[in-house]
Design a protein around this ligand. Structure first.
Ligand code: NI
Ligand code: MN
Length: 226
């Protein structure tokens, strides 16, 4: 499947003709100033948790495109209160069969307050099973033993993991996470956006290489096939 990195934790996946956007944070990301959010098409917007750097552009893209917002119950209620009506609430441990494949909402160890201080419920990652491949979008999370549950049910082709450290896993923990979920291909996210998460790209890649895992770190706007 084709994946496009739109900066920070924002990924656009194209699966079976459907465009699936994760955690859009573009219009106020200084590193993504060359990306025009009005040109982004989406059929679905998956939201991992309530922090501003994951929800900032959800409302405007959802209203313009009509995309269905998928997230936990509290975050869906928050967007419904803002007039977003095409929504699908899930919560940790639940699965749902969408028209592009099946998604399971899984645990993430992080926090999830909305930008206005309301509760954003529990943070989540998502496991996708699709005819074009299976993957894990971790969201913002620490390394957690719960990741070992994922390969008991799903044979993953790759994982999208945070690698920026400080707020989430860093490179070393992301390598362990890759081993916990049994993948040897990783798309890195949640790095460089803020000073706290600036990382040495070459060092990150070589550490993954030493563990026999391929780490892709895309330029903002760049696409790849997995
Ligand atoms: Ni966060
Ligand atoms: Mn974040």
């Amino acid at each position: 499947m084709k994946l496009t990195f739109l900066g920070h934790a924002t990924i656009l996946a194209e699966i079976g003709g459907k465009k699936i956007l994760f955690d859009p944070f573009i219009s106020v990301n200084k590193l993504a100033s060359h990306i025009d959010i009005n040109e982004i098409e989406a059929d679905y917007i998956f939201v991992s948790h309530g922090h501003e750097d994951h929800v900032y552009d959800v409302e405007s893209i959802a209203k313009r495109t009509g995309a269905k917002i998928v997230s936990n119950f509290e975050i869906i209620n928050w967007f419904e209160s803002k007039g977003c009506s095409n929504t699908h609430p899930m919560n940790t441990g639940g699965s749902w069969k969408f028209d592009f494949g099946t998604v399971k909402s899984v645990a993430a160890v992080h926090s999830s307050t909305m930008p206005d201080g309301k509760s954003g419920g529990c943070p989540n990652g998502f496991v996708f099973e699709t005819p074009e491949g299976n993957f894990y979008y971790a969201g913002d999370t620490a390394l957690t033993m719960d990741m070992k549950l994922i390969p008991l049910q799903t044979d993953l082709d790759f994982a999208i993991l945070p690698i920026g450290d400080n707020f989430t896993m860093g490179v070393e923990d992301a390598i362990l996470a890759s081993q916990f979920v049994s993948v040897n291909k990783v798309l890195g996210m949640h790095f460089d956006t803020f000073g706290y998460i600036e990382i040495d790209h070459q060092l990150a890649k070589s550490k993954f290489e030493e563990a026999n895992i391929e780490l892709k770190m895309l330029k903002i706007g760049e696409s790849t096939e997995f």
